[in-house]
Ligand binder design. Structure first.
Ligand SMILES: NC(=O)C1=CN([C@@H]2O[C@H](COP(=O)(O)OP(=O)(O)OC[C@H]3O[C@@H](n4cnc5c(N)ncnc54)[C@H](OP(=O)(O)O)[C@@H]3O)[C@@H](O)[C@H]2O)C=CC1
Ligand SMILES: O=C(O)CCC(=O)C(=O)O
Ligand SMILES: [Mg+2]
Length: 431
């Protein structure tokens, strides 16, 4: 058992463990949580009440989460004089499954993202963000019900590796000189004043992400997996992601998928009609179509033809943009949940797609839906489907009653605007 410097381990509950990649979940699991900065305290308080009430209702006291507060961000800085204490990493390392509110990252300087650090420290290589529509939610598009996508965002590499050097520093100059002198680079337009960032994308990193996306598609009987990349411009990073993605799909899922790379080969050999026939046959056999889309075109097609997309596998930065864009299509970032997962070690941290929305901090105003639905993903991950389904049902019912927080109320006719905590009360009443 790890010894913590300042944490109080709960006196009741047991650890979740993992055996051969399978989670072993006791009836009273200890689950670490980070409250988060900004709107974090408001939405966490609301979320914890809803999650506890759903578990109580589903299992009549036979199952119960033993919550364990751990610290990151502003609260950690007050307590430890550190933003991400070792205690927190040790606790999540030991207890495997955690949930968190958002944490602030300064722009253009200051410390690097604590959210990204948590993902990297625990090698949570999948950022899973399902995007689905709840009937009645206000949306800027005509057919939000056509959006039903699950984003698999690579979470451990790309420019999020944080390898970048500030303009006009010795390190940036050294790197620029190396590129110019050793590699013959001539295209840095303003070398004296350029900051430099490096974008690592590996075969292993791509393969484990794409495999997770295909496994999910198979398990959930989805129709397609789309590799979203900007491989026309970044050939050896994003282009390689596409190529490695197709290769692993064809190598490891030969009988379960049909890829557009296969389509192209059949077309080159036997013509378009034969390629179309092969794809139609694969679809009729229930095979998953693995296809790809260039990121800019993809961003317009999810607006114009969302029904054509299903499971999405993409790199870290694309996934960040795509998550917020798709969230907006189904009513906004207030109900956009997420999970960061390592399927081998069993480690997972559940968190909203949105950030700390500082202007709303402490106002008891914002939508707690994203963290609540992240908690629902966590319940599903634990195998507590009955409790998860109760919350989905209650969320749909509460929205249909038009009792909603400001973000929905401002876009709905005849809505009753309620506070963050009141929305949680309605969800509990509707369980
Ligand atoms: N995983 C994490 O912890 C994340 C942290 N961040 C960090 O959060 C900080 C703030 O980032 P920012 O760019 O402002 O993005 P935010 O996601 O925090 O907020 C942007 C806007 O989204 C809307 N919004 C966010 N959360 C909610 C909610 N729960 N209910 C309703 N509406 C919501 C608000 O829109 P409106 O103004 O229209 O009402 C808000 O102004 C930054 O430091 C950033 O780095 C960002 C993303 C993820
Ligand atoms: O870490 C941050 O501050 C931002 C993270 C983010 O935008 C995301 O995970 O979607
Ligand atoms: Mg983001």
């Amino acid at each position: 058992m790890a010894r913590f410097e300042k944490l109080q381990t709960p006196t009741t509950g047991e650890k979740i463990t993992v055996t051969n990649g399978e989670l072993q979940v006791p009836n009273h699991p200890i689950i670490p949580f980070i409250e988060g900065d900004g709107i974090g305290p408001d939405i966490w308080a609301a979320s914890q009440r809803v999650l506890d009430a759903a578990v109580e209702k589903a299992y009549s006291g036979n199952k119960k989460i033993s919550w364990f507060e751990v610290y990151a961000g502003e609260k950690a800085n007050e307590l430890y004089n550190e933003w991400l204490p070792k205690d927190t990493l040790d606790a999540i390392e030991e207890y495997l499954v955690a949930i968190k509110g958002p944490l602030t990252t300064p722009v253009g300087g200051g410390m690097r993202s604590l959210n990204v650090a948590l993902r990297q420290e625990l090698d949570l290589y999948v950022c899973l963000r399902p995007v689905r529509y709840f009937e009645g939610v206000p949306s800027p598009v005509k057919r939000p019900q056509d959006v039903d996508m699950v984003i698999f965002r690579e979470n451990s590499e790309d420019i999020y590796a944080g390898i970048e050097y500030q303009a006009e520093t010795g390190d940036a100059q050294k790197l620029i000189q190396f590129l110019q002198q050793e590699l013959g680079v001539k295209k840095i337009r303003f070398p004296e004043t350029s900051g430099i960032g490096i974008k690592p994308v590996s075969q292993e990193g791509t393969e484990r992400l794409v495999k997770a996306a295909i496994d999910y598609a198979i398990e959930h009987k989805r129709k397609s997996v789309t590799l979203v990349h900007k491989g026309n411009i970044m050939k050896f990073t994003e282009g390689a992601f596409k190529n490695w993605g197709y290769e692993i799909a064809e190598r490891d899922y030969k009988d379960q998928v049909f890829t557009w790379a296969q389509y192209d080969r059949i077309k080159a050999e036997k013509g378009t009609a034969a390629a179309n026939d092969a794809q139609s046959k694969a679809e009729a056999e229930g095979k998953i179509i693995v296809k790809d889309s260039i990121a800019d075109a993809f961003l317009q097609q999810i607006l114009t033809r969302p029904a054509e997309y299903d499971v999405i596998a993409t790199l870290n930065l694309n996934g960040d943009y795509v998550s917020d864009a798709l969230a907006a299509q189904v009513g906004g970032i207030g109900i956009a949940p997420g999970a960061n997962i390592n399927y081998q070690s069993g480690h997972a941290i559940f968190e909203a797609t949105h950030g700390t929305a500082p202007k709303y901090a402490g106002l008891d105003k914002v939508n707690p839906g994203s963290v609540i639905l992240s908690g629902v993903l966590m319940l599903e991950h634990l195998g507590w489907k009955e409790a998860a389904d109760l919350i989905y049902g209650s969320m749909a019912k509460t929205i249909s009653q038009k009792t909603v927080t400001y973000d929905f109320a401002r876009l709905m006719d005849d809505a009753i605007e309620v506070k963050c905590s009141e929305f949680a009360n309605h969800l509990i009443d509707n369980l």
